[in-house]
Write a new protein. Sequence first.
Length: 372
Amino acid sequence: MLPAARLATRPRSVIMQPTTKCLPMDCTYCYLPFRKLNHLMPVEVAEAVAQVVNVWAADDPAFEVVWHGGEPMATGRERLAALMAPFQGVRHSIQTNAALVDDAWCEFVIKQGMHVGVSIDGPEDMNTHRITLAGHPGFRVTMRGIERLRRHGIPFSAIAVVSNPDPADAARFYEFFAELGVTTLGVNVEEQEGVNTGQQAADPLRAAEFWEALADAWRANPAVRLREVQRVLNFASAVLQGHDVTPLPASSPWDPLPTIAYDGSVIMLSPELAGFTDPRLGDFTTGNVLKDGLDALVAEAEQRTPWIAEFWDGVDACRATCPTFAFCGGAHPANRYFEHGGRMDGTRTSYCTTSKIALLEGVTRHVRSHRP
């Protein structure tokens, strides 16, 4: 029998997909199945989500609505403003490739008080996977948008996908973002998921060396909050404090992290599953906000979503077999599904190996080498 509360009763954020279209990019590692189609979210979907989210946000001033696509700016300012209008008391964030950023978009972001996250993979020679629909390198169009953000004084974070975690590149990679002036940097080692099925797993030893070198670069110039390093430091703090103040990942309920697809369907736990269908597990959705309230879908997610029970079996298997479980908390659903032949109850994935185990090992080595 499953424990009663494996999912948190309320999320800390929702992810909204205003359009499936990714314009003008066509990144080779993208996992989205409909990124070349222009499915737009109806305002009725946003209104249905906001009806519940506004109640949650009244109790949580940090509640975040994340506009993530596709490319959210491909929705257009007028349509995106209409989708945002029903929400009250929330923090709006937008994750963008920045290619469409112009002065008008900068004014929109400032007026709406949005946080901006930019997807860019480091210096130009590290951006070879980020190409446009026309097949041209996308680095310069993204940098043009970043320069506009900077000119308007708009702070921004960054997410970078690293396809080749080479420790020799770590310092140059980090300094690129420090010079850009990003507030926070998130680093994702390229994963095999969605329609990106050709990626070969990085060597774990080399990945650990990359994380160690990245932590070294951060320590030498801590100008940027490095998300992955911070996760390890938070974990160490929780262990040292007996996790009375900050719970360990493995002892915390999973954030349901509801993703609202353009048509109102809701995918829990793993945005990367949106748009996919499996003959055994169905379409991975828990329901649709045009039929049921988001609060009911979150509260009843485990009863409504058959694949989640199989996923918990995988988490329990991780708990029983993996020495890094306290830090990781178990492999993520999409990684399990796409790496284990459509099963949710498999254990270790390449994401675990390169972005959890190697991360913990690399940052731990860094800390040991800098002990007084």
